[in-house]
Design a protein around this ligand. Sequence first.
Ligand SMILES: Nc1ncnc2c1ncn2[C@@H]1O[C@H](COP(=O)(O)OP(=O)(O)OP(=O)(O)O)[C@@H](O)[C@H]1O
Ligand SMILES: [Mg+2]
Length: 466
Amino acid sequence: MGKIQKLETLTALQIAAGEVIDRPAAVVREILENSIDAGASQIKIELFNGGVQKIILTDNGCGIAKEDLELSVERHATSKIQKITDLNDLTTLGFRGEALASIAAVARLCITSKPIEQEVAWQIKTDGLNRHQSSPSSGLEGTRIEVEDLFYLTPARRKFLKKANTEYTKVDAIIKKISLANLSFNLVFSNDNKIVRKIPLATSLKDAKDRIAAILGHDFSDQLYFGESELPEIRKIQAWIAHPKFSRARSDLQFIVLNNRVIKDPAISNAIKRAFEDVMMIGRYPALVLYLTIDPSIIDFNVHPTKEQVKFQDPQLITRAIVKFLKQHIQEILSIKSSIHESLMQETPSMDFQNIQSMSPTKVSRPQENISYNQLSPKPEESTHDMLGNTYQATSYKSPFVELSSPKPPLPQVSNNHHQKTQAVSLAILQNWLLHFLSVAAPKWNVDNVLQRKVVFDFLFSFLDQ
Ligand SMILES: Nc1ncnc2c1ncn2[C@@H]1O[C@H](COP(=O)(O)OP(=O)(O)OP(=O)(O)O)[C@@H](O)[C@H]1O
Ligand SMILES: [Mg+2]
């Protein structure tokens, strides 16, 4: 007598949904990524009781057509890919066609949407396997997603949830990560009817810094330098790097963004550690946001339901490029005389990020390669080559800073005065010596010697200032 039986549809759906949706933060991740894929520039997220009671997202993206509404909540239904090879030039955050179906399997879902070309908004509601037929509804252009009573059909799962405040914190962390990785929308986030975060859209480097401040705080953003390189082996690396003096006891201010996703990758984290080892005390972690733009055909995001992990065709190629890039920029940061002085002498120094731009020999501005992604109006495709000899179509993939441009900073004024020149050279020599001292000797000192270090620096800088 056979023992195998097919699971009921809802049970199978709920098991599959468990991989994608485990808590309110996962719901927010999925619906926020959908809004970004839809090209939204205005997004509002409202959370009630940590998201367990209700989550509402409103966007002004491209919307879902009336005839697609029912399909949008079916498993394996997506507008983003058609065949497996489409993953090779993936330009969107979603691709599985699973998120809305998973949410529908574990919560009550209501979608109201109005694409620009549709006269009125239409709405669909789900309750378990039931679909309340789509019907005309009032609504502005864009999409409104309401997710209510998370895990109401699976009380056992609901018990795993933490207190509302803990769930809220996890939602906030996801919003922060996604907003760091994608800069093209304004976001307002409220918790129990109170606005807790406003994140401004970024269209310039200065805006990007303001956005980072809104996400990670001014303490962090005030320490940041921007650097970028276009490298054949990796397409593009950009980073906001905090002065090595601004180190952390944990790696909580280290973000790795790959093609608009914040990822976790031990090999890249290790590369960051190696790059900073000469300037960071043991047990301390640098703070930075690293943006990698890599040809999608040499990476695979389809390895984990949260898409936070990635497989690289040649991981060493990537990590070597990162170490080289970071080491070079760390040297530049340390070689800015005023920054050394300010950062070591002041508690909360403020750096002019344009300094790092003017000093960055690797910063290449090639406007013709600035491929901007806009789902509604993709730019014509271009073809290019990578270091592996692969030819690939430059997809409409968007680098986070690709559209950001800032006026070239003025070149430093060179003095004609002979005395001033000699002084500048002497200062430069002293500075180099200090730099060497800073990068080689000082980091080896342990924490107990901080006072001793301060005394020596105080002396050296007072000498330099004379
Ligand atoms: N806010 C939105 N605006 C416009 N279209 C949307 C929105 N949310 C979802 N959609 C549409 O519904 C479809 C299904 O969304 P769903 O999140 O389930 O799948 P996906 O994004 O394609 O893939 P993944 O499961 O990897 O997220 C999407 O492909 C998209 O066409
Ligand atoms: Mg999705």
